[in-house]
Structure formats: C-alpha cells, structure tokens
Design a protein around this ligand. Structure first.
Ligand SMILES: [Zn+2]
Ligand SMILES: [Zn+2]
Length: 162
C-alpha cells in the first residue's frame, strides 16, 4: 500500500476532523467490560498509531480523563460539541501513541481487527472470525505485530528517550 495513502475521519457533528498520515501500527478489537461500557456496545475497534501521525484538520477535541482498568486512566479526545470519542491515550502506551476509534474513520471498513483481546468478557453472541489471533487478556507485541510496525514503534520510543 502506498505510503502517501491518507485516511480521514471525524465526529458526528463534523466539527472535529482528522487524518491519519500513515496506516495504523496494529488494530485491536477489545472485548473488555471497560470498552463495552465506553461504547455502549460489545467491543471497541482501536487503530494504534503514532500520535504525530494523527493530523487535526479542523476543530480541536477536548481531552477527557476517564477511569481505566489499569487504574491509571485513559485520556479520551472528544469533540467538544457532540462528544463523540475520536481517539485516546492510555497510560501504558503513553501520549506518543494514539488509539484511534476505527468507527470514526470515513472508511472504517479499511481497518478490520488484527487481534481480539480480553475475550474472557466477550459477549457470547459475538462470533470471532477464523485466522485472527484471539487473546483471553492482553498479548506480547513482539509476537504479533508486523516487523515494520515494531520498527516504527521502536523509532518513537527511541526519539522520546533522547
Ligand atoms: Zn462533533
Ligand atoms: Zn478494552
């Protein structure tokens, strides 16, 4: 896929618009109870990407600190008007990585999950597809991410520590 490919998205009221400058590092489908509450649904689909690759086109989001399973909180970027959640930063991955809500992309079909996580609390009617890794809880990035994504991740971490 072309490096120049861009992926736009935004909220319901169209105040907040963003663009992903690259393809995501990896796409999580999380079935934990926290994500179920936050979406009011059965799971969330999050595209992990370098925060610097999330380009704001219009309308600055509000950052809303929200309790998380780790106890350290999750900072969720929401449209200040319609309050749709666009992406978030978890304490674990830190502010340099964004978890973009795939459903807010104009073409969400483009990024299906690369992995299903926290499936111990998966709602029983959700049938997972063959061929996609299924984790009862979290997972080891080194074992599942493509080499290119691991290199991009390492580059961000290296830059932050200089
Ligand atoms: Zn909005
Ligand atoms: Zn979750």
């Amino acid at each position: 896929m072309a490096a120049a490919e861009k992926f736009e998205g935004g909220c319901d009221c169209r105040f907040a618009r963003y663009r992903l400058a690259r393809t995501p590092l990896f796409v999580h489908c999380c079935h934990c109870r926290w994500c179920q509450r936050e979406t009011g649904s059965a799971f969330v689909v999050n595209a992990l990407i370098e925060t610097e690759c999330v380009e704001l086109l219009d309308g600055a989001p509000d950052m809303v600190m929200t309790p998380s399973a780790s106890g350290k909180g999750q900072n969720i970027a929401r449209c200040p008007h319609c309050r749709v959640a666009l992406w978030s930063h978890y304490a674990g991955a830190g502010p340099r990585f964004a978890f973009v809500r795939v459903g807010t992309l104009d073409d969400p079909d483009r990024f299906p999950p690369d992995i299903h996580i926290f499936t111990t609390s998966k709602q029983p009617w959700v049938i997972l597809p063959e061929g996609v890794p299924v984790m009862r809880e979290y997972y080891d990035r080194e074992m599942y991410w493509p080499k290119e994504s691991l290199e991009r991740h390492a580059a961000v971490v290296a830059k932050a520590s200089t």
